[in-house]
Write a protein that binds this ligand. Structure first.
Ligand code: KG4
Ligand code: ZN
Length: 338
């Protein structure tokens, strides 16, 4: 079975061909990060325009590198939610056009389920049910993966996502966009104990997250330091932030595992690339004898191989769409079955 995946939810235009769910035949990514970096973050209108310019070449290259033609495909999978609406619409419109012209099934994929599926590519023996921590630029959630296309949310963020917290703090600390990876780099040489940071709790909801108080604490410390003329040690602040975010995410995951009884834990989304989080999760899992699955760095960020992989499972489960498929800026992961 050959599935083409198309991803355009944020600032990466990506296409991939995956065979039999998990074998990646091609994985093409045209990143716009350098251009958005000029403005300190993603400019939605610019992202839509670049997707329009790039998508045909990216899909053409993905098919060529896989050594297949459109006729060989069994289906065309596309990210239809969540993300920047204009950006999503480019991928969805392109996929619809291609599916209609070639007479191929159109397969809708929720972006976050794609991130989870990156783990199947890396760990083909990973089988539901298991617990998954999903941490991206816009989302933070703990989910029960009941089967490959059914998800139940156990906890989510009440305000900012973990990635957003990294990115906004990075900006205040003077690091270029995208900030999360810069925090990770700087943290390697910082002293995490120099700036103690708060670990916000969400009253009455022990599996929910809150990162806005942490973000505000970092911003206030940086502003106060500059007002008194004693600039903050940015590497140490980065180390402290990374350690605190990793500890919050790991503690909640540990609690969710205890409450649900799952002994297999996966981590997914752009923030799963964070070295501090990977270390803290591994240490927690080692302590309890849990199995930990985290994608390789190349599959942590946005890519289309994960969309083609999840698209393959959706297709096998009968999840397809007709030409009325639309893009949605937000939609729950529990609604994957449409
Ligand atoms: O999943 P993703 O690539 O895009 C979304 O779906 O949002 O996640 C992007 C997020 C950004 O906030 C980025 O700063 C963060 O992942 N990120 C990291 C690292 N690499 C990417 N955060 C911390 N440490 C990293 N090494
Ligand atoms: Zn993503």
């Amino acid at each position: 079975m050959l599935i083409l995946g198309i991803e355009s939810s944020c600032d990466e235009t990506a296409a991939s061909v995956v065979e039999d769910c998990t074998q990646v035949r091609s994985n093409i990514i045209a990143s716009q990060a350098a251009e958005h970096g000029l403005y300190g973050g993603v400019v939605p209108e610019l992202a839509s325009r670049r997707h329009c310019e790039n998508i045909h070449a990216v899909v053409t290259q993905a098919l060529a590198e896989a050594g297949v033609t459109v006729d060989d495909l069994d289906g065309i999978a596309v990210t239809y939610t969540p993300g920047l609406i204009g950006a999503l619409l480019v991928g969805v419109s392109y996929a619809k056009g291609m599916a209609l012209a070639a007479g191929k099934p159109l397969i809708p994929v929720h972006h976050l389920t794609g991130h989870i599926a990156a783990n199947y590519i890396a760990w083909p023996d990973l089988a539901p049910p298991y617990l998954c921590l999903v941490v991206s630029g816009g989302h933070t959630l703990l989910a029960e993966v009941q089967d490959r296309t059914t998800f139940k949310i156990l906890g989510t963020t009440r305000d900012d996502a973990a990635g957003e917290c990294f990115d906004k703090c990075a900006r205040v600390l003077g690091y270029p966009y995208p900030g999360g990876v810069q925090i990770d780099k700087a943290a390697q040489v910082g002293d995490a104990s120099k700036y103690p940071l708060p670990r916000p709790r969400v009253a009455g909801s022990e599996l929910d997250f809150s990162f806005s108080g942490l973000k505000t604490a970092v911003i206030n410390t940086v502003h106060h330091a500059s007002q008194v003329g004693d600039p903050v040690d940015t590497a140490s602040m980065a180390a402290s932030l990374q350690q605190t975010v990793a500890a919050i995410l790991t503690e909640k995951t540990e609690l969710a595992a205890k409450l649900t009884g799952y002994r297999t834990i996966a981590v997914a989304g752009g923030v799963s690339a964070n070295s501090g989080l990977r270390r803290a999760m591994q240490a927690m899992c080692d302590r309890h004898g849990y199995r930990l699955c985290v994608p390789p760095l190349a599959l942590c960020g946005d890519n289309a191989a994960m969309i083609a992989c999840q698209g393959s499972y959706n297709f096998l489960a009968g999840i397809t769409a007709d030409m009325s498929l639309n893009a949605y800026a937000t939609r729950s992961i529990e609604a994957e079955r449409m």
